[in-house]
Write a protein that binds this ligand. Structure first.
Ligand SMILES: Cc1cc2nc3c(=O)[nH]c(=O)nc-3n(C[C@H](O)[C@H](O)[C@H](O)COP(=O)(O)O)c2cc1C
Length: 371
């Protein structure tokens, strides 16, 4: 039942900036590195660039690797001259977006495959200060020459140690080799985004805008990333008299754990269902955050209303949660009402005796005892 006509007052905070995106850059002639990168993409969230030589159809292995060895020799002879590097197709990538770059390199004559060296000769200086991970594929040769090439071409990279060497015969074991390597370089802590700006606003129909604080996990980070390209509107419905739930436009990574929800908890269910809890539920799902302000279940239920509601999520919190918005003018009679319109106090002059919460005071929705 809709008792109040509520209009929100809010100013949205600045947009979120995320620092922790990963880019994978690789070259692959016979697709071993390609297979490794395909597996890596299953394990981490990353954008991918595959470098392609401008000249198509070259057989680098023919005549005892004649073309490949000529390209490597040219670079070795004159590494500071752009003309030493084979041309590659243009690559449209804004490296400033990424904090970590993983390079997937085939080994050619103990060096980094020439087309990949071309990319790094052009862009390696833009990678200054970034985390650089190196994965090298060779038939049998050790990878120190490829590591030296990477360091020469990315002089100010923060190289992650160790590099990962996957022999071509080990390509089918890439899954476990990558899992171990990602642990060794402590990738999960590298990829924790900057969550200092971890507030989002939740606009409930035309009634109210609440602010929520997101949890520090990859699911909430992915939600922030989604919201950084614009607000997301979700059609939500009640479920089991404990939550409003609706579909996100895309799935987010899951960090499911078993826990019991409380009012205001924001939860990701099955990877793509966004849930606002107004009551308790124990289940295996992912914490996304919590609505600020310690609203009671009854208050949230009242704000969310009965039945379906359209909820819009935006990055950045509302100016200070709900501070005040217009309520039913019929309740503007100098008395204090609860959100259901029940009389709480005959006088609005003394709010100090009230339990902290949201009340209708002089016809305005007012938080008592909260910031
Ligand atoms: C031109 C060229 C030179 C190579 N030189 C070596 C080498 O010196 N030592 C070695 O162990 N493998 C060498 N290889 C083999 C590759 O490093 C190996 O097959 C790798 O898995 C290729 O990766 P890709 O399939 O992604 O292109 C060479 C391959 C090519 C094409």
């Amino acid at each position: 039942m809709q008792r109040f006509c509520l209009i929100f007052l809010t100013v949205l905070a600045s947009a979120v900036t995320l620092k922790a995106k990963t880019l994978i850059v690789y070259y692959s002639y016979t697709n071993n590195v390609h297979r490794v990168v395909t597996e890596l993409q299953r394990q981490i969230e990353a954008d991918v660039v595959r470098v392609q030589p401008a000249e198509k159809g070259l057989d680098y292995a023919a005549d005892n690797y004649k073309i490949g060895s000529a390209q490597i020799a040219a670079i070795r002879n004159n590494p500071n001259d752009a003309a030493s590097y084979p041309a590659i197709d243009p690559v449209d990538v804004d490296l400033s977006q990424y904090s970590t770059i993983i390079i997937g390199a085939p080994l050619w004559w103990s060096n980094m495959a020439a087309p990949l060296q071309t990319f790094l000769f052009k862009h390696g200086k833009e990678m200054a200060g970034k985390n650089i991970g190196l994965i090298v594929s060779s038939a049998s040769s050790g990878i120190s020459g490829v590591e030296s090439d990477a360091k020469r071409l990315i002089p100010d990279g923060k190289f992650l140690t160790p590099s990962l060497w996957i022999k071509s015969s080990q390509t089918s074991n890439a899954k476990s080799l990558l899992e171990t390597w990602l642990k060794n370089i402590n990738y999960s802590s590298l990829d924790t985004p900057d969550m200092t700006d971890n507030q989002i606003s939740i606009k409930i129909g035309e009634k109210a805008v609440l602010t929520a604080t997101l949890t520090e996990n990859s699911s909430a980070a992915a939600l922030l990333r989604l919201l950084s390209s614009g607000p997301v509107t979700i059609d939500m419905h009640d479920y089991a008299n404990m939550e409003k739930v609706g579909s996100l436009p895309e799935s987010l990574p899951r960090n499911d754990t078993y826990f019991t929800t409380g009012p205001g908890d924001l939860v990701l269910y099955l990877g793509n269902q966004f849930v606002i809890y107004y009551d308790t539920n124990s289940y295996n799902f992912t914490r996304l955050g919590k609505i600020n302000g310690n609203y009671s279940g009854a208050e949230l239920k009242s704000l969310l209303g009965d039945g379906n509601v359209t909820v819009t999520l935006s990055s950045g919190g509302a100016s200070s949660g709900i501070t005040e918005f217009e309520a039913d003018k019929r309740l503007n009679d100098g008395k204090v009402y609860d959100l259901k319109g029940n009389l709480v106090s005959a006088a609005s002059s003394d709010l100090s005796s009230l339990t902290p919460g949201i009340y209708i005071v002089n016809g305005h929705k007012t938080m008592v005892g909260k910031h």
